[in-house]
Design a protein around this ligand. Structure first.
Ligand code: FES
Length: 661
């Protein structure tokens, strides 16, 4: 092994995975991990503030800048923050479980989602099966001296006569190959047509049909497309059979951009570095191509048969995918480049599909309300109901829509990474070993926890945090201000490095052998996160003159939403205290909406109309939002009248029914 004074190039060996990478001496260990494709979850983008890039240095020398994110115990054991460490010699590095992107955890989740989607998770109704991408098999009359019109005129004449199709445009690439394809197919050909919006507004009624492919013979029996939900954390996709309206297969990958920062802002900031936009654009395309390859191999479908790609993503993800600098999204007055991007050739941005494949993106509303929301709102059927509906997509960025078929207001608020386990002392992503549920025995304050996968606990995920804090509050271990009740007689409550903490799992029972705790600082972070979401909802409700009780339906969307315990989310004041039967989970609304838009031009049009219908409210500049936010920094809320059922529970608690000593 080279010493750090010797080599200009150092070899870094990562485990698990047995991956080697060569980097220049002095390079950041995080960059080395990125280069190796290790997939460290760099929540703060390398600023040193999240502690999620922690790795165990087994051998070699690094120069490290130690931050408060590394405890004495971890430091002495050999842990280092990769983003704060420079590679100074050959290294052997171990990435702890839960700090690394692991696709098998995602596979488990999407399996559940698929099952739910296929069992009718989409809530919208009243649409026809009419895919915007269609194939037409044509038998053309051969040219003769008395009928020697051009090849293109012959083709268009047949489309008009046999399928009543007119106002058709043709790609120049199609024209170039048209004569040979017609003759190779002995005047029997399959034409693929894509219906797209002509104007700059997706809701425009002027649609145009474009010939995007022509093949000899009859290939109309096999007709596929791909839909993608491009999330900040994960990318989910489905391969669709457009002849039968079926999901053939689906796949999920972490968005490779996550190694450059976990949230939208750190990604936009990264784009401002020299070459940063290109790096992130290529990172997301790499994940997309991995998915496409897997879907094609698993389903044994020829790549040639994929005819279209439809993408729904938030505004920043959409712009980065298209290679459009998202800089102005985060700068006052927060403007996206466009609400509607034209359909483009998918391979022009590096997506590994054939040349005839176009890519369409779901329309955007504002800087932080994107195509994932327009697609999701339509999948939820919000555009077809008179009932006052709240649509909530909770993640690092909470997106909120209120309205019905006649009007919609929308807003986004930054909740921070707490809901995804980020910046929490023992926070991890929702993978095997993550504590996802917690109850506390009122007689002795002992916890009963449940982990993802039922294995030994390794950390706490977002849904676990909600459950834990609700249980701590209901047992009286913490007060409504989130502070520990130090009079509780239990050795589970103790002073730790970061102040008071509660021991959820003792070292003898955990995977790492160390205690897993929740600290007062963690609780404060979750309170801030839930306050941002609730304040966003309250501010929007105020802006249209409604109260929580007026809401008839609450649609919870997003991967995280799937795992929220509604009762507990109400206990901590994340969700409004209304009858529980008004809550509905839609799962991945974005992917569902994108899929439905591939199956029906009715839905494509509806998504466009919804984008035009939505009025965005900018919360960051709204004083009402700040007031509502301050009021929500309490469990469940400073105005307990907004949470009548929780008020009653707390009264019972005070009367001695909870929190026994
Ligand atoms: S602390 Fe290293 S990426 Fe956040």
């Amino acid at each position: 092994m080279a010493t750090h004074s010797e080599a200009a190039i150092c070899r870094v060996h990562f485990n698990p995975g047995n991956i080697d990478v060569a980097v220049e001496r002095g390079s950041s260990l995080l960059e080395a991990a990125n280069q190796a494709g290790v997939g460290l979850i760099a929540v703060c983008g390398g600023a040193g503030t999240c502690g999620n890039c922690k790795v165990l240095l087994e051998e070699g020398v690094v120069e490290t800048n130690r931050t408060i994110k590394l405890s004495d115990e971890d430091y002495n054991c050999g842990f280092r923050q990769a983003c704060q460490s420079k590679v100074m010699s050959d290294l052997r590095v171990r990435v702890p479980v839960g700090f690394k992107l692991d696709n098998k955890n995602l596979t488990r989740k999407i399996a559940k989602t698929t099952e739910e989607i296929l069992s009718g998770r989409a809530l919208t109704t009243g649409w026809r099966f009419s895919p915007p991408l269609r194939k037409y098999f044509l038998k053309l009359p051969q040219p003769t001296l008395s009928d020697n019109i051009s090849d293109l005129s012959r083709l268009l004449r047949s489309l008009r006569k046999e399928h009543n199709l007119s106002e058709i445009t043709v790609d120049f690439d199609i024209l170039k190959k048209l004569p040979e394809v017609l003759r190779d197919g002995d005047w029997q050909v399959t034409v693929t047509m894509l219906t797209i919006s002509v104007d700059s507004k997706p809701a425009a009624t002027r649609k145009q049909s474009k010939i995007v492919n022509i093949e000899p013979g009859d290939t109309s029996g096999k007709h596929y497309s791909l839909v993608f939900d491009i999330g900040t954390t994960t990318i989910k996709s489905q391969l669709l059979d457009l002849n039968h309206g079926l999901v053939v297969d689906e796949a999920v990958e972490y968005n490779s951009q996550i190694t450059y920062g976990a949230d939208i802002i750190t990604r936009i900031v990264y784009c401002q570095k020299p070459g940063g936009l290109k790096i992130l654009q290529q990172a997301v395309v790499k994940s997309i191509n991995t998915i496409i390859h897997r879907l094609i191999v698993n389903s044994d479908i020829d790549k040639l048969l994929i005819g279209h790609i439809s993408v729904a993503g938030n505004t920043a993800m959409t712009q980065i995918l298209l290679g459009v600098d998202p800089k102005y999204i985060m700068m006052l007055p927060y403007t996206p480049t466009a609400n509607y991007f034209p359909t483009i050739k998918a391979n022009s941005i590096g997506i590994d599909v054939c040349d005839h494949v176009y890519l369409t993106t779901s329309p955007l509303v504002a800087s932080y309300v994107g195509g994932d929301i327009t697609a999701g709102v339509v999948a939820a059927g919000m555009h077809r109901t008179k009932k006052l509906t709240l649509y909530l997509d909770i993640g690092t960025n909470g997106q909120i829509v209120i309205g019905n078929s006649s009007w919609m207001v929308t807003a986004a608020c930054s909740a921070g990474p707490a809901f995804e386990g980020g910046e929490i002392k023992h926070g991890i992503i929702a993978s095997d070993g993550a504590i996802e549920e917690c109850e506390i025995d009122l007689s002795n304050f002992e916890p009963e926890i449940r982990t993802v996968g039922g294995v030994k606990p390794m950390g706490i995920c977002g849904s676990g945090l909600i459950s834990i804090i609700a249980a701590l509050m209901q047992s009286g271990i913490i007060g409504q201000n989130g502070h520990f009740n130090t009079e509780i007689k239990s050795d589970r409550v103790r002073q730790g490095d970061d102040g008071y903490e509660y021991v959820l799992a003792r070292g003898v029972n955990t995977e790492s052998g160390n205690d897993i705790v929740i600290t007062e600082i963690d609780i404060d972070k979750l309170i801030r996160a839930k306050a941002a979401i609730y304040a966003g909802f309250r501010t929007l409700m105020n802006s249209v003159g409604f109260e929580s009780k007026d809401i008839r339906r609450v649609i919870i969307a997003g991967a995280f939403g799937n795992y929220i315990n509604i009762d507990k989310a109400i206990v901590i004041g994340l969700l409004p205290d209304i009858p529980r039967n008004r809550f509905k989970f839609i799962g991945n609304g974005s992917l569902t909406g994108a899929r439905m838009a591939e199956f029906s031009t009715d839905i494509t049009n509806a998504v466009g109309r919804v984008a035009c219908l939505m009025t965005n409210v900018e919360l960051s500049e709204d004083t009402n939002f700040m007031n509502n936010y301050m009021a929500a920094l309490f469990l469940p809320h400073t105005n307990i009248d907004e949470f009548p059922t929780i008020d009653k529970k707390l009264m019972d608690q005070k009367a001695g029914k909870y929190g026994a000593n």
